[in-house]
Design a protein around this ligand. Structure first.
Ligand SMILES: Cc1cc2nc3c(=O)[nH]c(=O)nc-3n(C[C@H](O)[C@H](O)[C@H](O)COP(=O)(O)O)c2cc1C
Length: 168
């Protein structure tokens, strides 16, 4: 069954343009996948902390050498990665804050991009599309900050999957 993982990163719950764009993208995806399911993760809810020393140590430790403490320090990352791996379409909505992506989105990326844990290479390029490449991003922006703000997530997802597609 097709599954879409939606990541929202605007601090605004009400009046958010990026969330409104993502609503449209999600509706389009649902129309194309009537039997599909959707998981939404709001990365602004404060549940994702900055990477701790224990978490980064866990990321760099092989499975057979993991201690209970290191496992505990990486369990959040395990869960977030499992959410990505369970999806065949990834929809990210985010504003630009000060020429960059929101810090909350970076916190999520720091948890899901991890040595030895490849993200699926078969994600659909955009909602409703059968082309398979990378995540679809809903990114409202104002004053021409496009290149700077989108460059790093594009590089991350391009390398980890196959592609990246934006709607402004
Ligand atoms: C603190 C802050 C910084 C911003 N910095 C930029 C920026 O550097 N470049 C830009 O194009 N827009 C910037 N904006 C405008 C937002 O990207 C824009 O209002 C966007 O619609 C916010 O997303 P939202 O509507 O989903 O909340 C900034 C907005 C805020 C609140």
């Amino acid at each position: 069954m097709p599954h879409l993982l939606r990541i929202d990163a605007s601090s605004r719950q009400e009046g958010s343009h990026s969330r409104a764009l993502a609503d449209k993208a999600e509706a389009s995806w649902r129309a194309a996948h009537p039997d599909g399911t959707v998981t939404t993760r709001d990365v602004t809810d404060g549940a994702i902390p900055i990477l701790s020393a224990a978490t980064t140590a866990g990321f760099c430790t092989s499975d057979d050498a993991m201690t209970p403490d290191l496992r505990a320090a990486t369990v959040r990352s395990d869960r977030l990665i499992a959410e990505v791996q369970a999806a065949d379409t990834l929809l990210i909505s985010a504003p630009i804050y000060n020429f960059a992506s929101p810090a909350a989105l970076k916190l999520w990326i720091d948890q899901v991009v991890r040595l030895g844990r490849p993200l699926p290479s078969t994600m659909a390029r955009s909602p409703g599309s059968s082309r398979r490449a990378g995540p679809f991003c809903a990114w409202p922006m104002g004053l021409g900050a496009t290149a700077l703000a989108v460059r790093w997530p594009r590089q991350i997802f391009w390398r980890l999957t196959c592609g990246f597609c934006c709607a402004f």
